[in-house]
Design a protein around this ligand. Structure first.
Ligand code: PRX
Length: 646
């Protein structure tokens, strides 16, 4: 675990200021956050910074009243930021649209007026199923302006996934588009939305953004085109920002967990915004000369916090991009950085590993010297990828901000913080917890592990950005996150602390996969597979992948009357794409005669994993669990033989 000696020595300190800030936040959390919350405009100041009288249902800035769209837009209108760019958007087809803060404000007000005219009220849910186009953040802001609750579904999810989420939160409005561009081809998003809408009785209105321009079916009385609806409201429409209690919900974002049903993570307005603002400031310290590019789609939490709310609340300029990194060529990103003068790039280890595979020549074709800071998120970054990022993109001059966090945490939790003080970096470590974050590594019994020993990452005290609950399921919230150790937030991640106190994140400790940074529950995939008429049982696990980090591999057994074939495998893959979405596509489907099980009927995953990665079975005593060692060994050999035959 060697330190990188960064050449910008004047910016490398021993960590004194960071330690002081962290200690202040721990010793006097109320005072600390009361001070920080002044960066936000409140209609009414809170009565209490943190109400912890009913753990784990913490209430931050209780009694405070604000509106997040006011903080993102209106408040900049009295400053020189009014005519500065909020967004530079680049479409996959090279089209560029820009929005100043004032222009964005106008557009958001017009859409809010449309929503208001169709009866959207405070607390109503708005489902959003859009590609990465400016109308996506605009929809979020317009919803929040009225006090509505948005629920974004990533545009790569299937009709079934969309319908499930809409039904769970009972959305009243759906905002979608006629289509989306993917690698020069048109994806018919509206068709997918229509398939979902056939099973979503709560949706009363569908607003359709014209992106690709093909004719799509529009249902009389329900569907309206975005541009038609906006053209009908006054150009200077103004909708007063709804005063919101800090603890009222801002959005729901579904994320995968260890059971089949995705969890509706609910974030509130006040704590979430304060946390988003300060984490971005501490982590990247963007200023008004920066062009901030967070490459995440707004369909995920990273896009919510760092493409919408935090950068807009700070008044900085963000770049948003619709396309994929290698279309039309493998230098698309570097070309964008050069053309727009991007100064901060925040992306994923998967993207970095992919560029590394493409080769340095694609990068060296471009002048990317505008970059001043680099970041990464979503999955553990292996030291080789870190070093490559540092050398080839950062030209051995730029710090790498590896940010560990989750949908549930609202914003960064463990990361280097040049906005306070940049500590020496170590390739592959996200370094230290942020102010207010008391992170620890526990063993099975809930005791801190000795330095250098792997365990479960936990957070011991509340922080402003934390989720409020799971949508309409407080019991599941309590059980999932605070059930293992009372009042201790269980992250579901493995970690280890090194002798310098640096945290190294080691991936998920539960049945959740991180495929190209996307969170996918193995149980979700298994349920999708067994819903196919041919499948009797399924067990899904992650297999290491040089680019995507890990990929899902499925072991399945078939029902009587079905036999293995290439067609069947293809059909099962199609079925997964239709039930969850293309991001969940298994790398392989291995059809076996029988799955290894304990006598109590539990699938022996470790055995399957050993077969999959070609590892020796090793110590089977802990695996045994009622099954005989002989049986396990025999099954292992049999599965290996079946796999070799493929
Ligand atoms: O396993 C951790 C991994 O991503 C999980 C959270 O996924 P999601 O809710 O989709 O949010 C992703 C974007 C914040 C975590 O439990 N993870 C995220 N960032 C890192 C990471 N693992 C290692 N290093 C990171 N920087």
């Amino acid at each position: 675990m060697s330190e990188t000696s960064l050449p910008f020595n004047d910016r490398v300190f021993p960590g004194k200021a960071l330690k002081e800030e962290w200690e202040k936040s721990i010793k006097k959390p109320q005072e600390f956050w009361a001070e920080k919350a002044k960066a936000i405009d409140w209609f009414r100041t809170w009565d209490k910074v943190l109400d912890d009288s009913n753990p784990p249902f913490y209430k931050w800035f209780k009694g405070g009243v604000l509106n997040i769209s006011y903080n993102a837009l209106d408040r900049h209108l009295e400053t020189p930021r009014k005519n500065a760019l909020a967004y530079i958007w680049e479409g996959e087809n090279g089209e560029v649209r820009t929005f100043t803060y004032y222009q964005l404000y106008r557009e958001v007000n017009k859409l809010a007026k449309v929503f208001k005219n169709v009866g959207l009220k405070k607390g109503d849910r708005v489902a959003v199923y859009l590609p990465m186009i400016p109308e996506l953040p605009i929809t979020l802001l317009a919803t929040a302006r009225l006090g509505g609750v948005h629920m974004v579904v990533f545009s790569g999810f299937s009709a079934e996934a969309l319908a499930d989420r809409i039904n769970d939160c009972e959305a009243k409005i759906l905002v979608t588009s006629d289509g989306a561009y993917r690698r020069g081809k048109i994806v018919t998003l509206k068709d997918t939305a229509d398939r979902a809408l056939a099973a979503t009785p709560t949706v009363e209105k569908v607003v359709v953004v014209k992106r690709t321009g093909q004719t799509v079916p529009m249902k009389e009385g329900r569907d309206v085109y975005y541009h038609d609806a906006l053209a009908k409201v006054e150009a200077n429409a103004f909708v007063p920002p709804e005063p919101m209690e800090a603890t009222e919900p801002l959005f729901i974002l579904y994320t995968s967990g260890t059971t089949g049903k995705p969890k509706g993570v609910q974030h509130g307005v006040g704590g979430y915004l304060v946390w988003g603002y300060w984490t971005l400031k501490w982590g990247f310290n963007p200023n008004d000369k920066d062009i901030w590019w967070c490459t995440a789609d707004v369909g995920w939490i990273t896009g919510h916090t760092y493409n919408v709310y935090a950068p807009l609340a700070m008044g900085i300029t963000s770049l948003i991009f619709e396309g994929t990194p290698d279309y039309p060529a493998q230098d698309r990103w570097w070309e964008i950085i050069e053309r727009h003068g991007v100064t901060i790039l925040y992306t994923t280890p998967t993207a970095i590993r992919m560029f590394r595979k493409f080769g340095e020549e694609w990068i060296n074709k471009h002048d990317i010297s505008s970059l001043r800071l680099l970041g990464t998120v979503g999955e553990p970054i292996n030291p080789e990828a870190w070093k490559w990022y540092y050398r080839v993109i950062g030209k051995e001059k730029l710090a790498i901000i590896d940010t560990w966090w989750q949908t549930e945490t609202g914003g960064f939790m463990i990361a280097p913080l040049p906005g306070i003080e940049l500590v020496p970096l170590k390739p592959g470590s996200a370094t230290n917890p942020l102010p207010s974050i008391q992170a620890e590594v526990y063993d099975e019994k809930g005791q801190p592990t000795p330095t250098g020993t792997k365990g479960f990452l936990v957070i011991k005290t509340p922080w402003p950005g934390m989720m409020e609950t799971l949508w309409k399921d407080p019991e599941r919230y309590k059980q999932t996150y605070f059930g293992r150790w009372p009042n201790i937030y269980y992250t579901g991640d493995y970690a280890v602390k090194d002798p310098d106190g640096y945290f190294w994140l080691l991936g998920r400790a539960d049945e959740v996969l991180k495929v190209a940074g996307h969170r996918i529950g193995t149980v979700e995939l298994e349920s999708a597979l067994v819903s196919h008429p041919s499948v009797s049982e399924a067990a899904v696990m992650g297999k290491e992948d040089p680019v995507k980090g890990e990929v899902p591999v499925a072991f399945v057994t078939l029902r009587n009357g079905f036999s293995p074939s290439e067609e069947l495998r293809a059909d099962l893959i199609k079925h997964i794409r239709n039930t969850i979405g293309p991001i969940a596509t298994p790398d392989a489907i291995i059809i076996v005669n029988k799955l290894p099980k304990t006598r109590s009927g539990k699938i022996m995953r470790r055995l399957l994993k050993a077969v999959l990665v070609g590892a020796a079975l090793g110590d089977v005593s802990t695996l045994e669990d009622e099954a005989s060692v002989e049986d396990i060994k025999a099954t292992y050999e049999e599965l290996k033989r079946q796999l070799e035959k493929k």
